[in-house]
Design a protein around this ligand. Structure first.
Ligand SMILES: [Cu+2]
Length: 155
């Protein structure tokens, strides 16, 4: 949890540094930037064989603010593209990946990204990931600066 707060502060700091440029609209932005508080935990990315160019990332997020915060997507240097996915039941009873436009995190609730459910889909990995290493993913929400966090590569 400590590192989450550190990164969040860094995000706020960056927002403050950019403030002079945004001066005319600052009053409207201020409430959106510093109100929501998210606790993000258990971040990991699945280790895949070097021949695989896709993998998935997982984490748990708790919204401790009193307003819904929506996850819009994520970015990372280790993949060419990223999408929010879930596993949805098909008519034939199987489950398939399906893209989500966004994922709302209701006030006071915890949403889990876990195998078999919601996940961060990473496409076109730029290099093989080694088990045990940490890679940075930046989660982008509608009402906060991005949360850039270390995700552990696990099997
Ligand atoms: Cu997927």
């Amino acid at each position: 949890m400590t590192c989450v707060r550190f990164f969040n502060r860094r995000g706020v700091l960056l927002a403050l540094l950019a403030l002079p440029l945004l001066a005319p609209v600052a009053p409207a932005l201020a409430g959106e930037i510093d109100e929501p508080e998210l606790l993000i935990d258990n971040m990991w990315v699945r280790a895949v064989p070097p021949v695989s160019s896709t993998t998935a990332g997982y984490f748990t997020v708790t919204n401790t603010s009193d307003e819904t915060v929506t996850l819009l997507g994520f970015s990372t240097d280790i993949a060419g593209a990223g999408e929010l996915h879930t596993m949805a039941a098909q008519e034939d009873g199987t489950r398939r990946m399906q893209r989500l436009r966004n994922v709302p995190i209701p006030a006071g609730e915890t949403v889990e990204f876990a195998p078999g459910g919601h996940h961060l889909m990473l496409f076109r990995l730029v290099r093989p990931l080694e088990e045990g290493e940490q890679v940075e993913l930046c989660l982008e929400f509608d009402a906060t600066a991005p949360y850039c966090l270390p995700f552990e590569v696990r099997r």
